[in-house]
Design a protein around this ligand. Structure first.
Ligand code: C5J
Length: 221
């Protein structure tokens, strides 16, 4: 079995059972003018992981590891958007409002698309999700089953929100998850650091962490 030198201890996975999960690398979170910026965040922090993630995606594709993408977005009629999500806080633009990249976090709008550098290839699963976790109200579990996955490389944004929620949900469902440290990011560096610490604490209570170099090293084409 391939072995990744990870924290808090080595991570091994059976050949053919690994999948790469790329969470919400959408223009609305990563580019100026989208949802992330409307909440007052500096989106350049998130843009910075794109090259490393692009390298990991390419390595997975070359090694035959399935790549599954998610997008946080809502139906045009917002029927899958609870008031508790739309009305909370005081953002400059709310979900569904028109912005420079179309309606914020609405499926089919330019802002809801995955950034071009990480665009899914034909045949790769793309899961639209209304919540933070990828399992809620989606076909994500079916996509993992179709990929024959038991082990997941977790990446994307934001570390402590959609990535961590999905990783915890996957862990509860029996998946062995590794969070790739330089392929995930938060608007808040301290939240990313805390997430890395908490997932691998207590003997990998939620899972493992490693760098993309450590993962790529063991992926053989
Ligand atoms: C957030 C996400 N942070 N993809 N979404 O609202 O983490």
């Amino acid at each position: 079995m391939p072995v990744v030198p990870a924290q808090p201890f080595d991570y091994s996975f059976p050949e053919g059972r690994l999948a790469l999960v790329v969470i919400d690398m959408q223009r609305d979170f990563v580019e100026p003018g989208g949802f992330g910026e409307s909440l007052g965040n500096d989106v350049t922090r998130l843009q910075a992981i794109v090259p490393a993630l692009q390298r990991l995606v390419t390595a997975c594709r070359e090694a035959g590891v399935p790549v599954i993408h998610t997008r946080e977005c809502h139906r045009a009629d917002l029927s899958d958007l609870p008031p508790a999500k739309r009305d909370r806080g005081d953002p400059a633009l709310r979900i569904g409002d028109p912005g420079p990249m179309g309606r914020i976090l609405v499926a089919g709008e330019p802002g809801a698309e995955i950034v071009p550098a990480l665009a899914p290839l034909p045949g790769e699963a793309v899961i639209d999700k209304p919540g933070k976790g990828a399992f809620y109200a989606t076909a994500f579990a079916d996509a993992l089953e179709a990929a024959n996955a038991s082990h997941l490389l977790m990446t994307g944004v934001t570390t402590e929100v959609c990535v961590q929620t999905t990783m915890r949900e996957a862990n509860d469902r029996g998946y062995e998850c590794l969070l790739v440290e330089d392929c995930t990011e938060s608007y808040f560096p301290e939240f990313k650091a805390a997430t890395l610490e908490m997932v691998r604490a207590q003997g990998a209570i939620v899972g493992w962490t490693a760098t993309s170099d450590q993962v790529i090293e063991v992926l053989s084409p």
